[in-house]
Design a protein. Structure first.
Length: 236
């Protein structure tokens, strides 16, 4: 499978410092497990897209139907539920014209809500929609037995142990990127004009899951699209 080049790629793989920090935290978690202290709890997070502007639909006359597909992959694995590691979402927007802001409601477009551990990867694609096109969840479900996604999911399932080794976590981060690239490829075949718009990867220990506004000021703006998003932690 060829690597997809995203228009905005802010994913930074773990460097030596990040791996050493991860190793310290995971070692501390392992001591807690041996001492029968409760293992680290997953963090409840929500990710919401805001102010999604379509500056140019590339259609000469009339309006266009747009679709936005979002995929979030994270390290909290529910036993016996391999698809718990990723959440695909498809949103369709009919009647969109140049310089329209997508109708996302008062609180923004919720692309993820759930428990998270170790890392949080976000992938966003935008397309001109086709009639009767399948949503991203359906497209990915058809790939579950493919060698690419089967291997990636298998690696991510290695996170189900109480305190995985740092090598298991770093391998899972690489597998999350593979699933994101596969999502782009199946969308390209389904819609024909998909834009691999944005991806980012946040580590729990290095980045604090990126909680807050992203970017801190203004919006991401590339080609004929702009947006920003926020990652919110649910208080206990």
């Amino acid at each position: 499978m060829t690597e997809q080049k995203w228009l905005i790629d802010n994913a930074i793989p773990p460097n030596t410092v990040a791996i050493e920090q991860m190793e310290r935290e995971l070692s501390s978690n392992q001591r807690s497990v041996r001492e029968s202290v409760s293992q680290p709890e997953a963090v409840n997070l929500a990710v919401r897209l805001q102010d999604i502007m379509i500056w140019d639909t590339k259609k000469w006359f009339g309006d266009a139907q747009m679709r936005l597909d979002a995929l979030v992959v994270q390290g909290y694995v529910k036993e016996g539920e391999p698809t718990s590691i990723y959440m695909p979402q498809t949103f369709r927007f009919p009647g969109i014209k140049d310089r329209d802001r997508l109708p996302t409601g008062e609180n923004g477009l919720l692309i993820f809500y759930g428990k998270t551990l170790y890392f949080l990867d976000i992938f966003i694609t935008v397309s001109r929609d086709r009639e009767d096109s399948e949503n991203l969840a359906q497209l990915l479900s058809k790939q579950l037995n493919s060698p690419e996604i089967k291997g990636a999911v298998g690696t991510l399932l290695g996170l189900a142990v109480a305190a995985p080794q740092v090598s298991v976590v770093t391998a899972a981060i690489g597998s999350a990127a593979l699933i994101g690239d596969l999502a782009y490829q199946v969308l390209s075949r389904a819609t024909g004009d998909t834009i691999g718009l944005y991806r980012n990867s946040y580590l729990q220990y290095r980045d604090g899951f990126g909680i807050g506004r992203q970017p801190k000021n203004g919006s991401h703006h590339v080609r004929d699209l702009s947006f920003w998003y926020e990652i919110i932690q649910e208080e206990p």
